[in-house]
Design a protein around this ligand. Structure first.
Ligand SMILES: CC(C)(COP(=O)(O)OP(=O)(O)OC[C@H]1O[C@@H](n2cnc3c(N)ncnc32)[C@H](O)[C@@H]1OP(=O)(O)O)[C@@H](O)C(=O)NCCC(=O)NCCS
Length: 189
């Protein structure tokens, strides 16, 4: 998969592509720089550990020289024990050198469009509402849902890709992604 992003004024040569194993060290270094080492202790991490991202939904932004300048992944979850399937988005991060150049928005737009194209019904995330509101995320429909660990409720946001997909959903999110098979892959995820 190779998706050309719409050209932004400030970053005309950025493309959004599916990440490969070769991108993993650069992606991990970017995440450590952007979010610090505490990122591994987040509640979202419990839903990601030992799993692979949802098929086709591990995306990176690459600049003209091929460097990884942004990353976003989406993960398969269930909304409560035996509940409906949904996606958990994160982490999203953009290299400091490319800040406010539209790369984060391009990653988000493509992630949402690709998730919808693949037939997913809803995306959830824990993040800053003032940033994610522009993509349609709100805390309106997450009131009866919870993360498996500490998080701030007002940062627990969702976007329905299919109208009504979150109606009546309740319970703790459960990991539902494909499991990583090898230790090498586990370290790379
Ligand atoms: C948040 C992040 C992904 C945004 O990426 P980006 O490529 O700079 O974002 P965009 O260019 O698409 O959008 C920039 C706009 O979002 C705003 N913005 C950035 N982070 C924001 C936040 N946390 N809350 C509200 N607005 C935010 C900027 O002020 C800017 O506003 P403007 O368009 O009015 O100038 C990036 O700053 C980053 O990697 N931050 C560190 C990691 C992180 O916090 N990830 C998100 C976890 S919730």
């Amino acid at each position: 998969m190779h998706i050309e992003i719409e050209k932004t004024k400030t970053s005309p040569d950025i493309v959004i592509v599916a990440e490969t194993l070769a991108d993993v060290p650069a992606r991990e270094a970017l995440l450590d720089r952007a979010m610090g080492l505490k990122r591994r202790k987040k509640s979202s991490e419990k839903l990601r550990r030992g799993r692979r991202p949802s098929e086709g939904l591990g995306l990176i932004a690459r600049n003209a020289d091929g460097s990884v300048v942004g990353t976003v992944r989406l993960w398969d979850v269930r909304l409560g024990e035996g509940g409906p399937a949904a996606l958990l988005l994160g982490p999203l991060a953009v290299d400091q050198s490319m800040k406010s150049a539209g790369v984060g928005s391009a990653l988000m737009r493509h992630a949402i469009a690709e998730a919808a194209r693949l037939g997913h019904r809803a995306i959830l995330l824990v993040g800053d509402a003032p940033y994610y509101a522009r993509f349609g995320f709100t805390a309106e429909k997450t009131g009866q849902l919870s993360m498996p660990g500490p998080y701030e409720r007002e940062r627990f946001l969702a976007l329905e890709l299919v109208s009504g997909a979150l109606d009546g959903t309740k319970g703790v999110l459960k990991a539902a992604g494909r499991k990583l098979k090898t230790e090498r892959a586990r370290l790379a995820a």
